[in-house]
Ligand binder design. Sequence first.
Ligand code: 13P
Length: 255
Amino acid sequence: MRQKLVAGNWKMNLSYPEGLALAHEIAILAGAAQLTPDQPRVVLCPPFIHLFGVAQHLPKAAGFYLGGQNCHQKDSGAYTGEVSATMLRSVGCEYVILGHSERRQYCHETDDLLAQKLKAALAAGLKPIFCVGETLETREADETFEFIGRQLSDGLFHLSNEEFDQVVIAYEPIWAIGTGRTATSAQAQEVHAFIRERIARAYDAEAAQDTTILYGGSANAQNARELFSQPDVDGGLIGGAALKPADFITIIQSF
Ligand code: 13P
């Protein structure tokens, strides 16, 4: 079911004590702000080793959930250095980010591999936050819609209706990630509407209306309200600003 949602992607930042301190501070501010559960739903996605500790600080009464930043496509076995979806579930994760552009770029994750990861996450009972987004080059060549359409059809639309029901989509234009150059609310809305239209084609109108679609890329305490006011923007996947507790709470309150 479509839901207002803000997810904080901490990426590879903060030592373990620093991560716990951040979670603790977010919990205190969330309490002070008297956040209401699921208005919006909030997901914290710290590095793997922080997950269990952060879980102890999660303000669950305020509707906070835990998510991984990636998972392996296999459930267990001789895959040194990897973490499975089942393991994430076992420390209390409900979500997992898949297909982030940084993993597509630096870890060479392909649509085919992501298809396997999606299946593994869903089989373990995790809700994937599946990322799509174009480079600046693609946008300037006027190929954004074609590119995003392909990422959706190759990476995501192989799922059954029931599986797709569990998926959150994040539109993260690569040129906006960590650059301070946010997409305008009109640019975000345009792509979000396009994604919804493609979902309607691949599944049906109901699935399109029910899918939660987040915007990510230099979203912050100043621009969140404008971005979230767009009819097809259901929330945000927040990087840098998720490491600043007061800003993160302001973003959560921006609907
Ligand atoms: P920034 O908010 O730091 O631009 O990062 C966005 C992002 O990549 C979230 O996954």
